[in-house]
Design a protein around this ligand. Structure first.
Ligand code: FES
Ligand SMILES: [Fe+2]
Length: 401
């Protein structure tokens, strides 16, 4: 039966952790609070180490409104700095990437080494009386952790170490990411009119595989698909227990049984998700890594990287790129559709329809159980100190935790 306006507006009759309010996707105040309580306190994937292979190579990004530069030093160590000059706040490293012997600010030419130390100021005798000295003028360093080639940063000097943060979430990814040097062969960015959590949701629930023709064809129909689901880890992280996918069931595709990534079985699908917004997906022959940069409640910059084995023969690389692009390239069967999904939801939310996102599927922890969504939002509530079903009600949220 269709519902009246009253019925439509009423919260779902189910436990509060089985649905979320649409407000969490559109409210600017909640977004600002997320910046403070989540983005500025959790580990963010900045890049892969292969993007800064040599001393002096750098990569810039912006995270939680803070411009950052990730740079490899002469000592081979990868460090991150706030990309703001200590003098009068000009941007130090320019463009998305580059290579520099030292970082020289283009405004008054203060100069910094790869370790963020200020090593030169034109006519520095002018600072003798009042300061600052060079020793007082270094860049602001940002905590950096390299895990299996992935470079993570954290703006909070007091946050737990990356190892404590991630716990055992990488336990089934040590071999695939760490046994051979990998490199990024695909880098794609898309700015979506959608909330950053909506994108992450597409990576942590398989129920939406019904929406993709290719996933219906190759995944949902594969024997055993529904029998296993997610393994959840503390902190809102999780992993998809590996599955066999019938890639060859899609017309024109092959079974992905040769040249699989290290430690990965023919035809396998494996993925892991770190709170709040990093996902690694392995589809037998290649890897995709997602991370997003929330720009506003309804605007998200998504970055995706495709990885292959460094130094592999050209024909193998060609195959990996082809397989990668079948799902995740610009004309692939997944990414564009997922963007359309989340933008459709965002459009309804933005138009002010009070509504709910339903996370109530229970299938004994099977593939299309919503248990990972509930687990993820439990972490969101813990960090925000708010209910996700009724985010205006802070008192209820705190009592419920
Ligand atoms: S702002 Fe960088 S040297 Fe002046
Ligand atoms: Fe999808």
């Amino acid at each position: 039966m269709a519902r009246t306006a009253n019925e439509w507006n009423r919260p779902p009759a189910m436990p509060e952790d089985h649905y979320v309010s649409s407000q969490i996707y559109i409210d600017p105040e909640l977004f600002s609070e997320e910046q403070e309580k989540i983005f500025k306190k959790t580990w963010k994937l900045a890049c892969h180490e292969s993007e800064v292979p040599d001393a002096g190579d750098y990569r810039t990004l912006e995270w939680a409104g803070t411009p950052l530069v990730v740079i490899r030093g002469n000592d081979d160590c990868i460090r991150t700095f706030v990309n703001i000059c200590s003098h009068r706040s000009a941007t130090v490293a320019q463009g998305p990437s580059g290579n520099v012997k030292t970082m020289v600010c283009f405004f008054h030419l203060w100069e910094y080494d790869h370790q963020g130390r200020c090593i030169a100021m034109p006519r520095d005798e002018g600072y003798k009386e009042a300061g600052p000295s060079k020793a007082q003028a270094g860049l602001r360093e940002v905590r950096t952790a390299v895990k299996l080639g992935l470079v993570f940063v954290n703006l909070d000097d007091a946050a737990p170490d990356f190892a404590d943060y991630a716990g055992n979430t990488f336990e089934h990814f040590e071999e695939v990411l760490g046994s051979q040097p990998l490199e990024v062969f695909h880098y794609g960015r898309v700015k979506m009119r959608a909330n950053w959590k909506q994108w992450h949701e597409t990576n942590i629930e398989l129920y939406h595989e019904w929406g993709h023709v290719v996933n219906r064809t190759t995944g949902i129909r594969a024997p055993g698909y529904f029998e296993t689901g997610w393994k959840l880890y503390p902190g809102g992280h999780g992993m998809l227990i590996p599955k066999k996918i019938r890639y060859a069931d899609y017309k024109g595709w092959d079974a992905r049984s040769n040249q699989t990534m290290p430690g990965i079985d023919p035809g396998e699908l494996r993925s892991m998700d770190l709170f709040p917004n990093t996902t690694i997906i392995v589809r037998a022959t290649n890897i995709r890594i997602d991370t997003s940069t929330p720009i506003g409640p309804g605007i998200t910059l998504l970055e995706q990287r495709g990885l292959g084995v460094k130094g592999e023969p050209a024909e193998v690389r060609t195959m990996r790129v082809r397989d990668h692009n079948q799902y995740w390239g610009p004309f692939g069967r997944n990414v564009a559709e997922d963007v359309i999904f989340v933008e459709a939801v965002e459009r309804s939310n933005r138009q002010g329809h009070p509504n709910w996102g339903i996370h109530s599927r229970r299938e004994n922890g099977g593939a299309q159980d919503d248990d990972f969504l509930r687990h993820y939002y439990a972490e969101w509530r813990r960090r925000m100190g708010r209910s996700s079903a009724n985010p205006s009600n802070r008192a209820v949220a705190l009592a419920a935790e």
